[in-house]
Ligand binder design. Structure first.
Ligand code: FRU
Length: 517
């Protein structure tokens, strides 16, 4: 948890996180997570590193998407939120609503820890479902217990994790009533590495619930439960189990012995299982045997090659499988804590399966509605001089844009520069086999099956970069360089030949300031 996050973020500062977990005034349930005072608000609104077309709270820390649901004509998004600081701790469910999965308005916090309750130390991740017309959330409640009773033991915390239920009867999904007793306690297994983040699916009249878990010294897994009413659950068996990486770590997540945030659903003719462990997200596609209730995994891969964690999916109004992920900070905690905000939601990804069972990932096509008028590089037939001139004219007023590039597998380097510094760079280097695609200092292997020309779509939003390659590879990175003037697209003249086409669109912000309010 906190320790592991810090490792993930490669930062230190134990004391500030401890303070944030236990200190600070409780957020009043019902108060929207808005800026506290106008100077903080002004500072956040003016922060050039804050995204403008990604969802994020007006201030403070956020992590996992929780219970995204299309309800009575609106999209509701909940997410892990610390109302008191820009570091992890004191988890609440923040709430936002919107018409289209692109534009959002913040609503009051949906779930807050109940003092003395089973969730007194946090309302952790979970799911929201339509239970015959009743909006219902299942989430993990945590509270501090003596060491031998804890299921979450990461070297810092000793939490008991239980599954809790809340329902809501208003159409806006604003006032949630919790059951006072959890609907499910963890199995009495001393080597359990965790018991959290319920995902739900329904087959006919039966509900199935997968819970992120694992066995110490063995590996992470998902425990499968069954219920008729979401309240009384029977344990079936593990839906999936993996092998740990053998590392000796305080936090079993780092050893791959605890899988967080499982998600399991039908996709095309197969089933897809997602889980987060070792700071990465994996997908497994396979067959779900409806009689034995066993998942036979056939293909596996990494969902994203960068800063993307704990994703959660939903079905949208058009029946598409939409995936949301948490984009964490990759800068030191001292920096994001001082900035007053941390983390944002990914853009909505559309998931499909290719003929060969591989996962295909693209961005919700409706994002194109944010495009302002575009600029494009003419084709090779127009000659080098004309293309060169076209490139020179590509200019962005700020770091808020979509780039669509088609290229042959030849060396090129593209950068967005303000003249003094590069805000973003994308390169392809044939000499770096296995690491040929580069963003900044990081590199990945191009999907092997993809035909040429390759296609890269980049969404640059202040410090956030979401990149999709050949609709097969997703790669989220962060760039903490605020432009000090207009941005120009540069590609060395000798490398322009690799580029089949390039289109650039400035993108409109989704709110008048950077507060998404
Ligand atoms: C994943 C996670 C979940 C947990 C939540 C707590 O990032 O650790 O397992 O429910 O975050 O904020």
């Amino acid at each position: 948890m906190r320790v592991s996050r810090r490792k993930f973020l490669r930062t230190a500062a134990v004391s500030s996180a401890v303070i944030s977990l236990h200190g600070g005034a409780q957020n009043m349930l019902g108060a929207p997570p808005g800026p506290a005072d106008s100077s903080t608000q002004a500072q956040l609104a003016a922060d050039p590193l804050r995204p403008q077309f990604h969802l994020l709270p007006a201030r403070n820390w956020m992590n996992d998407p929780n219970g995204p649901i299309y309800w009575k004509g609106h999209y509701h998004m909940f997410f892990q939120y610390n109302p008191n600081a820009a570091v992890w701790g004191d988890m609440h469910w923040a709430h936002a609503v919107g018409p289209d999965m692109i534009h959002w308005k913040h609503l009051p916090v949906a779930l807050a820890p109940t003092p003395g309750g089973y969730d007194s130390d946090g309302c952790f991740s979970g799911s929201a479902v339509d239970d015959q017309g009743l909006a219902t959330i299942l989430y993990t409640g945590v509270k501090t217990v003596p060491p031998q009773q804890g299921t979450l033991r990461d070297g810092t915390h000793n939490f008991l994790e239980v599954q809790c239920l809340a329902t809501c009867t208003d159409d806006e999904l604003c006032s949630w009533q919790k059951l006072t007793t959890p609907v499910l306690f963890p199995p009495k297994e001393p080597d359990l590495t965790g018991f959290r983040d319920p995902c739900l699916c329904r087959e006919g009249n039966t509900w199935y619930m997968g819970i992120g878990s694992g066995i110490r010294g063995e590996g992470g897994g998902v425990l499968l439960y069954r219920s008729k009413d979401l309240r009384r659950w029977d344990y079936l068996h593990p839906l999936a189990m993996g092998k740990g990486n053998g590392k000796q770590t305080n936090d079993p997540v780092d050893a791959g012995e605890m899988w967080e945030c499982p998600d399991f659903f039908a996709l095309g003719k197969k089933h897809l299982l997602l889980y987060s462990t070792e700071r990465k997200v994996y997908w497994e596609a396979g067959e779900f045997d409806p009689k034995e209730l066993v998942f036979h995994s056939q293909k596996r891969g990494l969902l994203d090659h960068g800063a993307f964690y704990a994703p959660k999916s939903q079905v949208d109004a058009k029946g598409r499988r939409i995936l949301w992920g948490w984009i964490p900070e990759t800068r030191p905690e001292a920096e994001f804590s001082a900035a007053g905000w941390a983390g944002c939601m990914s853009l909505p990804h559309v998931l499909t399966l290719a003929e060969d069972g591989a996962l295909q990932i693209s961005v919700l096509p409706e994002i194109a509605e944010l495009r302002k008028s575009g600029m494009s590089l003419s084709g090779r037939e127009t000659g080098e001089a004309v293309r060169w001139d076209g490139l020179r004219k590509m200019e962005l007023a700020e770091a808020s844009a979509e780039l669509e590039l088609q290229f042959q597998a030849k060396t090129f380097h593209l950068k967005l520069t303000d003249g003094a510094q590069d805000v973003f760079s994308l390169g392809f280097d044939v000499r770096q086999s296995g690491h040929e695609l580069q963003i900044g200092e990081a590199s990945v292997n191009l999907p092997s099956q993809a035909p040429e020309p390759h296609q890269v779509r980049v969404f640059l939003d202040a410090s956030v970069v979401e990149c999709f390659v050949d609709e097969q590879l997703a790669w989220t990175t962060r760039t903490y360089r605020a432009p000090r003037g207009k941005l120009h697209v540069e590609i060395p003249a000798a490398e322009l030949d690799a580029v089949e086409s390039l289109r650039v669109w400035p993108l409109r912000p989704i709110s008048p300031d950077r507060l998404t309010t």
